[in-house]
Design a protein around this ligand. Structure first.
Ligand code: FAD
Length: 482
């Protein structure tokens, strides 16, 4: 790393310049709350129109985590000072509830604070060291960052002592194409293809799928949500049917650990999805890697690389996961894992072949540091293409990273969080060819893990979702947990 040896923290080296936080989602707002608590002037830049813009896009989905696992402790303190009352910690919000009851009030409370700015419709389009492009190797830490921002009024450049990138991955979903690129014809037929979980409780959205043949691509929890919702739609709208496209050769363990899952809502979702597949109007096609989409007389045909075809498709729903956008970080020095695009130090800890079960250890600045000092990727984006990110992990990341920026190295190095263990491994998160269960360090399906479960166990909430692997790739690493 290139943090100066004398360990002068970013806030002192570049005094007078704020910390810039990219993204006003759960991780970005937690970072701002942490920075405020340490007296660091902070500018939050959010591309969307409001706090939690990305979460609102899946606002109809119920989370599998209860409120007790969705609120940052430092943010809670700030909110409580304003008279805010916490939702029932044992209940499960939807994405919209999360925004309305927590993220929006938190953002409103932050802007009341001196030296905190939260700017909406501000998209970060570049981060660099002042006057230095990527090729200038010397003296980078001696100058602050310049953060280039597209605003409704044009372009703005902000000088920053440090940058926390909490911009998530929601804006860059994986395509339908089995090789990670758009399939032939995917763009041309975009009006019939939806990325993400459609809100079938909205009559206008339900009408789009009612009585239709829907091809669903993806195998993770989002796919499970769609399977359950489409089956429910089919019960009132005859003719609705789903062809479920799975890249793996089987659907073994696609539904997770069921009753063994200590994330109760996640287990319930898996069981409901399994019922939907076994008893509902669902045809499963395995080994399907879409390479082409063609349209004829108003209906689509999807073709797999091996020649399999699914015909007479009316609509396609793609839930094949997300990927981070590093395009606007091209002028800073990053060290990212070649497979996951996550910080190299973190990658072995989160590789889905071993950590599909959510057995990721809490971590902080020590694993997130980049060669570019004072720049950190946190939250969902820090996981790159790996799924299983938990909000609580993001809160611990931001606590540690802000401590390091402030120069509180002892706190930055400490791990304060004990994460819940899911109780199952080898669930829907497994990549192809990954170890059957447990990976090299996780518990097996039948094992009884001893880790503390955070939050109250609550009755299963069907319809809960998690962003576990939507995607399968032929890849196994060795040496996790090392
Ligand atoms: C359907 C679904 C269900 C989930 N359920 C759970 C759950 O039950 N429990 C759990 O712990 N986790 C869950 N997660 C995972 C994770 O906790 C959430 O995705 C969470 O929203 C991630 O927070 P984040 O702040 O890292 O990213 P986001 O919430 O994606 O926030 C990033 C913000 O950055 C903004 N942004 C993006 N690019 C730019 C830019 N260039 N400039 C400025 N702003 C930018 C975006 O508009 C967005 O508002 C779920 C995820 C999904 C998709």
């Amino acid at each position: 790393m290139t943090i100066a040896d004398e360990r002068i923290p970013a806030v002192a080296r570049h005094a007078g310049h704020p910390l810039v936080v990219v993204g006003a989602g759960p991780a970005g707002l937690a970072a701002a709350a942490q920075a405020h608590a340490r007296g660091i002037p902070t500018v939050v830049l959010e591309s969307g129109p409001s706090a939690g813009s990305a979460v609102l896009e899946w606002g109809h989905v119920r989370l599998f985590s209860p409120w007790s696992e969705l609120i940052d402790p430092v943010a809670e303190k700030l909110l409580t000072e304003s008279g805010w009352t916490s939702p029932d910690p044992a209940s499960y919000p939807t994405g919209r509830d999360w925004v309305e009851r927590y993220l929006a009030p938190l953002a409103a409370q932050l802007v009341q604070q001196p030296e905190v700015e939260v700017n909406y419709a501000h998209r970060v389009v570049g981060v660099a060291r002042a006057g230095r492009d990527r090729l200038v190797a010397i003296g980078r830490d001696e100058v602050p960052f310049t953060v280039h921002v597209a605003t409704p009024d044009g372009r703005r450049t902000i000088t920053a002592c440090a940058v926390i990138d909490a911009s998530g991955t929601w804006g860059t979903p994986n395509p339908l194409g089995g090789d990670g690129y758009l399939a032939d014809g995917e763009a041309e037929n975009a009006d019939r293809i939806r990325y993400g979980i459609p809100d079938l409780t909205d009559p206008a959205v339900a009408a789009r799928y009612a009585g239709k043949h829907v091809a669903l691509a993806g195998r993770g929890a989002s796919a499970q949500n769609v399977l359950v919702a489409m089956t429910s739609l089919a019960s009132t709208q005859p003719g609705t049917r789903v062809t479920w496209l799975v890249r793996r050769g089987d659907t073994d363990k696609a539904f997770g650990g069921g009753d063994n899952d200590r994330l109760v809502a996640r287990g319930a979702l898996g069981k409901s999805a399994q019922h939907a597949v076994e008893d509902g109007p669902v045809t499963t096609v395995t080994g399907f890697r879409t390479s082409m989409v063609t349209s004829r007389e108003g209906r689509l045909t999807l073709t797999s690389i091996d020649g399999q075809q699914v015909t007479d498709v009316d609509e396609v729903v793609v839930v094949t996961g997300f990927r981070p956008d590093h395009s606007w970080l091209s002028e800073v020095h990053l060290d990212l894992d070649g497979e996951l695009s996550a910080p190299t130090g973190l990658a072995p800890e989160i590789h889905p072949a071993y950590h599909s079960c959510g057995s990721v250890s809490p971590h902080g600045a020590n694993l997130l540091r980049q060669p570019e000092g004072d720049l950190y990727l946190v939250g969902m984006k820090s996981y790159g293409r790996a799924p299983s990110f938990l909000t609580l992990t993001g809160y611990e990341q931001t606590r540690s990273v802000v401590a390091e920026i402030a120069g509180d190295y002892e706190s930055a190095d400490r791990v304060e969080l004990v994460l819940p263990d899911s109780g199952v491994c080898g669930g829907s998160g497994l990549f192809e060819d990954a170890p059957a269960a447990g990976g090299c360090c996780g518990p097996s399906v039948t094992a009884a893990p001893e880790l503390l479960t955070v939050g109250a166990p609550v009755a299963a909430a069907v319809g809960a979702a998690l962003p576990l692997v939507e995607d399968e790739r032929p890849t196994v690493q060795t040496g996790c947990c090392g």
